[in-house]
Design a protein around this ligand. Sequence first.
Ligand SMILES: [Zn+2]
Length: 261
Amino acid sequence: MRTFLRKLKELFSGGHDNVIPVAPDEVIISDSLYNNYSFVIGSLFTYFNELPEKEKRKFISRVHHFKENKKFHYIGLETNEDTAILVSASAVQVTFGLKNYLLSHFNDIYILADAYRMDEDEELYIGHVAPDGIYLSWKHFLYGYSNRSDNINVAVHEMAHALLYNNFFAQYGIDSHFRLNYERFSSSTGPILADVITSRRSYLRSYAFSNLHEFWAVSVEAFFENPKGLKENMPELFEALCKVLNQDPLTPHKTLKSEPC
Ligand SMILES: [Zn+2]
């Protein structure tokens, strides 16, 4: 039976050549790798420093696996292993409660030295997500993690966009918990949006109300940057985000269930 199922799987996946990356919950990592990653991530991520020892291992094993699965391109700055570790850590932070954390659609991550222009566009960008990759300004990446009071974190913002894209527009790496709960999330945000429109003010910065995708990304930013502030000011939104991401950043363990459905 097993062989038959495997054959069937190979038939549909196009045989061995078309291997879809899997997201193991934990890969074995050496102590020296653990210590190195722990030092690099711990220098910037309060989120990581708050984790109990066991979750730190899980976090690092995910960061390592994520990094090994991506190609990092450095534009205007030198290739740096630590940079790749830190960018991977921001993806793992956003997806820590989910099973499928690889954002498998995206093979390429572009790290630019500073804000940049796209094509003929006059506007300056500090990050964006396109079907061909995730783009981040390194200067603004660092700013996002060193200033924790302004609810702005470009890496978390873009990883939130990438997560949504991966689950609704891509073919691989779908997380069933996220998909199901995002639909619930978007139906529960209707009253929140209506309230903002009526009162003409919100705890979230106004950019959140450009469209539903930005509302999602700006909310996730606030959720990780200042979870206490978001919970106090927009408790329904905070709860909805805990459910869809299967984590509560105010708890030391962060993740809510070990086996998300
Ligand atoms: Zn955005």
